[in-house]
Design a protein around this ligand. Structure first.
Ligand code: ADP
Ligand code: MG
Length: 713
């Protein structure tokens, strides 16, 4: 590739000092072998890593409440000295630490999980504790507070007793080597004292000035030991900007690479087959589907490869859009491949496409891991000879040794289920094919710009006509008998239904058992007369296929399943979705499952059954499901609840997790970072300008994997 960004650091002008990332943590005062081991486990290998280990929060002493000023029911932070600590026996045994700040006493109480605390406090030690205070008679109490050690009373070192004190995330392993907040304060202060002059500025001067950002050295010093609240704010602002800037720079550079690509597989016309396919559909395409198809067609005709993300809520009809795009490719002499995340879904797509396209004389072929060696070999040959025009499969498409002589279009269904590498491997089966990625996880538009800033986005924003809203109810397990009665009466009316059990990895076996037991019991009792199937990931492929086929053509009426039906499955006559242990599912997952019903004209139901006492988060998820069926709304709430890192699976996109910035809360800073990053990529697309050396060095070290994605370097 011409003019690529090289991964070697620019030789010659070595930095005057040893760089921070070249200083192993063992060189930092009071970090011995044991601590080094624990730190490495936490991902901290060098002085740089340590300085980028940010406090989770700070205690601002001027904001600390005096005990004599406490008010019942408020959330507070107080700083006090341990007066006594010990277990109080009685009807409800508990662990109590009594603190005083000279103006009064507070008791911190733990009712559970205090075993590890029992010997953890020393009389005279200073603690910062936070939580909600309650008054019992004359006693102030905070139950299960958050606490941090500040130091022993009278200790002179300013780092524990200053005005604004950093509190660090820790873990049992880190605490075992005394790396709690207090320990981290010590080693980070030591690190700054020895190596502050090795902090190199990474951002070009002009960006810092335009955006009024403090220097990196100021930021790293003040994010740990802020001189004032304002200094802390500026430090955080700078570090957040950096994170967002590198992320956007990555997208900007990817964008540049994509812009330069040319494809071989240009589509020149829409032919007979495409027209016939559209005419033969048993329904009219919605306006949104037609608009999206025009966007896709424009991309496929252009000289540049398509990189388009197709968003559309569950059931909005993405498959048919993909099918039409694939036929357009085939008509122009290219092969098209569709990759789906599960075998069940791949097979379903295969069957749908085959029945849609066989009359048009288009050859569709399936390749999934579960096929026999002989079947796979036959498929590979069909693909390699060019006989297979549309190829549907799972990961097998990339895992197996398959060559595509004329791959022009790659479609990736439920793209969020795949990692960067997997998507890329399929694209590499041909020089720069058109790529269409589909997802039912809608993303607020501003955010999709950020996370998919290198892609074009199309949205199907209307459901097919005539769909009824799925009625969603959430019931406690005590309603189970009534629910199953209702299920029975609906099944007797000729409907089909799913009963889904969660499958959590750690307890995979017992959950599988839950589904199997339920299936056995149903068949033996109430549902004796209803043809019922069982579906889970461990079944042999033939069995899965048979069950799915029979459910699809109505021979089976009830499907007891683990989450393997979560994505993509399409059986319009199914109208009831019962989700057992709904409290264990994520919001997006629940929405996907509900999307399996409500695909036909009949009224559909989604019944969420929860067990036991729920966490507030679980309650909010279930209540959200009852309140709305709008995928965008649900995605937004999911995003709020889980945070962007987990929501997007940022890892999958090939960039490190955000540690300090928040894509939503820091939206304004994000926009600024984006502007600067795109400007920089325009000016210096290979980051070869000597003024960008420090930036490039940091960027390449931290985003190596992601850069690899676009083969920049
Ligand atoms: P998803 O977007 O979740 O992948 P599907 O592509 O599986 O949705 O489509 C859901 C169902 O809607 C399918 O049965 C499909 O045949 C049907 N469908 C798609 N487009 C239309 C339309 N314009 N009118 C009516 N039904 C449609
Ligand atoms: Mg789908």
């Amino acid at each position: 590739m011409p003019g690529v960004l090289k991964l070697r650091s620019a030789g010659g002008q070595a930095a005057p000092l040893r760089p921070l990332h070249g200083i192993p943590i063992t060189e930092i005062r009071s970090v011995g072998d044991q601590r080094a081991r624990a730190l490495r486990k936490a991902g901290i290998h060098t002085a740089e890593d340590l300085l980028y280990y940010f406090p989770r929060r700070h205690v601002d002493r001027s904001d600390v409440r005096r005990i004599c000023d406490l008010m019942d029911g408020t959330d507070v932070t107080i700083v006090g000295t341990v007066h006594s600590a010990g277990i109080v026996r009685g009807k409800r045994p508990r662990f109590v630490v009594i603190l005083t700040d000279g103006t009064g006493f507070v008791q911190c109480v733990w009712f559970q999980g205090y075993r590890y605390l029992q010997n953890a406090f020393r009389k005279g030690e200073q603690l910062a504790v936070s939580g909600r205070v309650a008054r019992f008679g004359s006693v102030w109490e905070i139950a299960h507070p958050e606490f941090d050690r500040l130091g022993m009373t009278g200790e002179s070192s300013g780092i524990h007793t200053g005005k604004i004190i950093p509190l660090y995330p820790s873990s049992q392993e880190l605490e075992a080597v005394q790396l709690d907040s207090r320990g981290f304060r010590r080693i980070i202060a030591a690190c700054l004292a020895s190596y502050r002059s090795a902090i190199r500025e990474t951002l070009p001067e002009d960006i810092r000035e335009r955006r009024r950002l403090v220097t990196l050295r100021f930021a790293l010093e003040n994010v740990h030991f802020p001189a004032s609240l304002e200094a802390l704010h500026q430090a955080r602002r700078r570090l957040k900007f950096d994170e967002l800037f590198y992320l956007e720079l990555l997208l900007a550079l990817r964008h540049k690479v994509l812009e330069r690509q040319e494809k071989r597989s240009r589509v020149r016309r829409i032919g007979e087959a495409t027209r016939k396919l559209i005419q033969a559909l048993p329904f009219q395409l919605t306006a949104a589907q037609r608009r999206v198809l025009r966007e896709i067609y424009a991309d496929m005709r252009s000289e540049k490869p398509m990189h388009r993300l197709l968003q559309g809520d569950v059931g909005s009809g993405k498959t048919i859009v993909a099918a039409i795009a694939m036929v357009m490719a085939v008509e122009n002499g290219y092969q098209a491949a569709l990759m789906a995340p599960t075998e069940i879904l791949a097979e379903q797509h295969y069957l749908t496409l085959r029945s849609l396209l066989s009359d048009l004389g288009i050859t569709v072929c399936l390749l999934i891991g579960g096929m026999s060696q002989a079947e796979k070999e036959a498929a590979r040959q069909e693909i390699a000879s060019g006989k297979a025009e549309i190829i549907v499969g799972t990961h097998a498409l990339i895992q197996e040794e398959v060559t595509f002589p004329a791959l022009g279009l790659v479609v990736i269904d439920e793209q969020h289920r795949f990692g960067v590498m997997q998507r890329r491997l399929l694209q590499e089966k041909s020089p720069n094919p058109d790529v269409l990625m589909m997802t039912a996880t809608p993303i607020p538009r501003t955010l999709s710009m950020t996370v998919y800033g290198d892609l074009d986005v199309s949205v199907i924003d209307e459901p097919p006509a005539g769909r009824k809203r799925v009625k969603t109810v959430w019931r406690d397990s005590s309603y189970r008998p009534r629910i199953y009665h209702f299920l029975k009466s609906e099944l007797e009316k000729g409907r089909q239904a799913y009963v889904v059990f969660p499958l959590v990895e750690e307890s995979e076996k017992s959950d599988l058992k839950a589904a199997t037991d339920c299936y056995e019991k149903m068949r033996a009792t109430m549902f004796r007369h209803i043809p019922t199937g069982l579906l889970h990931g461990r079944l042999p492929k033939e069995e899965k296929e048979r069950v799915m086929r029979e459910f699809k053509d109505g021979r089976l009426r009830l499907l007891v399943s683990t989450t393997v039906v979560e994505v993509g499955v399409d059986v319009p006559n199914a109208t009831i979705m019962i989700i057992e242990h709904a409290e264990r599912f994520g919001l997006t997952q629940l929405h996907q499952l509900r999307g399996r019903v409500g695909r036909g004209a009949e009224q559909s139901y989604c019944i969420l059954i929860s067990y036991g006492q729920l966490t507030p988060e679980a309650e909010r998820r279930l209540q959200t499901m009852v309140n709305t069926d709008n995928g965008f709304e649900i995605a937004e709430i999911d995003l709020q609840m889980r945070g962007p890192g987990e929501f997007f699976g940022t890892r999958q996109h090939g960039f490190p997790e955000l540690r300090i910035a928040d894509l939503i809360k820091d939206a304004a800073l994000l926009a600024a970072a984006r502007e600067e990053a795109f400007r920089l990529a325009e000016k210096d697309p290979h980051l070869t300008d000597p003024a960008h050396e420090a930036l490039r060095d940091y960027f390449i070290r931290h985003y190596r994997e992601a850069l690899d994605f676009v083969k920049v370097g």
